[in-house]
Design a protein around this ligand. Structure first.
Ligand code: PHE
Ligand code: NA
Length: 442
């Protein structure tokens, strides 16, 4: 067994975890899911879900990882016995499932960085999208995106992931702030912000049952939960770090970047007269591209916008690759680079159906939509449910003790956390699963 690395610094851990959390979930899915669910009302449910369900669940994953310092499968086995390996197995499966199409979207983003620089989509954004979103070009772009992620993970925790995310995450924040400041000067700013941020209470109540599963699924996805990522990243953390403080920093940063994304996207859409409600998953690419095509300095803005999205997607993809590589390094003697390439090959093959499928014009096919729906409505809630049951009941007081490690004076809070997990998080997930499965299969 190869000796286990650790983060060089606490900031290194934080930045890597933020890099994992901030991704396509914030910059691409959050704006379009908000739009699809009627605007600000969705934002309200999402914020509640992140705070009351996502945050406690994040701490549960941290506790498992730091207590055992093992990969996600080994961690559950160490703490609960061989039967509980299944929790780690479900997490690994969920992560591979999601990353298989995440990489394809990552490839699109790379194409849009290039397309912005050359102006290739400026004449006909729709035709450009059809050409790059599926087929051989999408396969090639997916491969390039994966190769970048594999390269970083192959270099290791300290020299690869930590160094890379230390550059990427601050760049994302600075560039997003600059883009938001610019978007607020556009003619559509006031309307865009109103659409995004002032909820219509009536629709909030009417739509609760359809919005809840989407909001909870989005909370898990955005915080990188249910995929073994936060278990794995916390397994490299020391006993003197305060997990609640670290978790809070991650949740707040991730939420702020999501809000910034809305502040960038909605004013642009309103300024260009594009109806956000009709902008599906690829329509957002199309809409943003159309906007850049008609704006002064559109090439530069396009490179910056899609460049930020690419950085964010990459720092998420590496976190998921690391879950698989960490599992394999704990169980074989093969070198880290070999294992990283191996995981990359598997992911490439799994992504081929999403990259090749041309079910609809624009390439966002039935396959892709089905994959995403299964992930949100079934796999993520199920995977987090297993973690919550394990930490809430099997670990119980041991989990409270681990959470308190490194955060003196948090005794009362740690107990509140345990009960939140047992009641609110569990209840929320069961409702989500019931509604989600209902909408998938009925
Ligand atoms: N948290 C990521 C995001 O919001 C989701 C993710 C992470 C997906 C890692 C895959 C792998 O985009
Ligand atoms: Na996120």
């Amino acid at each position: 067994m190869v000796e286990r690395e650790t983060w060089a610094t606490r900031v290194g851990f934080l930045v890597a975890a933020i890099g994992s959390a901030v991704g396509l979930g914030n910059l691409w899915q959050f704006p379009f899911k908000t739009a699809a669910n009627g605007g600000a009302a969705f934002v309200v449910f999402y914020l509640i879900a992140v705070t009351l369900i996502g945050f406690p669940a994040l701490l549960a994953e941290f506790v498992v990882g730091r207590r055992t310092r093992r990969n996600v499968v080994g961690a559950f086995e160490d703490l609960g016995g061989p039967g509980w390996r299944v929790v780690g197995g479900v997490a690994l499966f969920t992560g591979f499932w999601i990353l298989s199409y995440y990489n394809v979207v990552g490839g699109w983003v790379l194409r849009y960085v290039l397309g912005s620089a050359t102006g290739a989509y400026f004449d006909d954004p729709g035709a450009y999208l059809s050409a790059v979103a599926s087929g051989p070009e999408a396969v090639a772009a997916q491969l390039l995106f994966l190769a970048m992620a594999v390269g970083i993970v192959a270099m290791g925790i300290e020299n690869g992931i930590e160094k890379a995310t230390k550059v990427m995450v601050p760049s994302i924040v600075v560039l997003m702030l600059a883009l938001a400041a610019w978007a607020l000067t556009l003619g559509g700013a006031a309307d865009g912000l109103a659409y995004f941020l002032s909820p219509d209470v009536g629709s909030l109540v009417d739509n609760a049952w359809t919005v809840v599963p989407d909001a909870v699924g989005q909370a898990f996805f955005t915080l990188s939960l249910g995929m073994g990522i936060m278990v794995t990243y916390a397994s490299y953390v020391g006993e003197d770090d305060s997990l609640p403080v670290d978790g809070g920093v991650i949740v707040v940063s991730n939420t702020l970047i999501g809000v910034l994304a809305g502040v960038v996207v909605f004013p642009i859409l309103f300024a260009e007269g594009i109806d956000p409600a009709t902008s599906g998953p690829t329509a957002l690419f199309e809409a943003m591209a159309a906007a850049f095509a008609s704006l002064p300095a559109g090439r530069l803005l396009g490179v910056v916008f899609f460049g930020v999205v690419a950085l964010a997607a990459l720092s998420s993809a590496i976190s998921l690759l690391e879950v698989a590589v960490s599992y394999a390094t704990d169980n074989t003697d093969a070198s880290r680079p070999t294992l990283a390439v191996g995981a990359g090959v598997v992911l490439f093959l799994l992504g081929l159906p999403s990259a090749l499928d041309t079910g609809e014009p624009g390439g966002f096919s039935a396959w892709f939509v089905w994959f995403d729906a299964i992930a949100y409505k079934l796999l993520l809630p199920l995977s987090v449910l297993l973690v919550v049951v394990f930490v809430g009941w099997v670990l119980g007081r041991d989990a409270v003790a681990e959470l308190r490690e490194g955060s003196p004076g948090s005794d009362g809070l740690a107990t509140v956390w345990l009960w939140t997990l047992r009641l609110i998080v569990l209840g929320g997930i069961i409702v989500t699963l019931r509604l989600g499965i209902g909408s998938l299969f009925l």
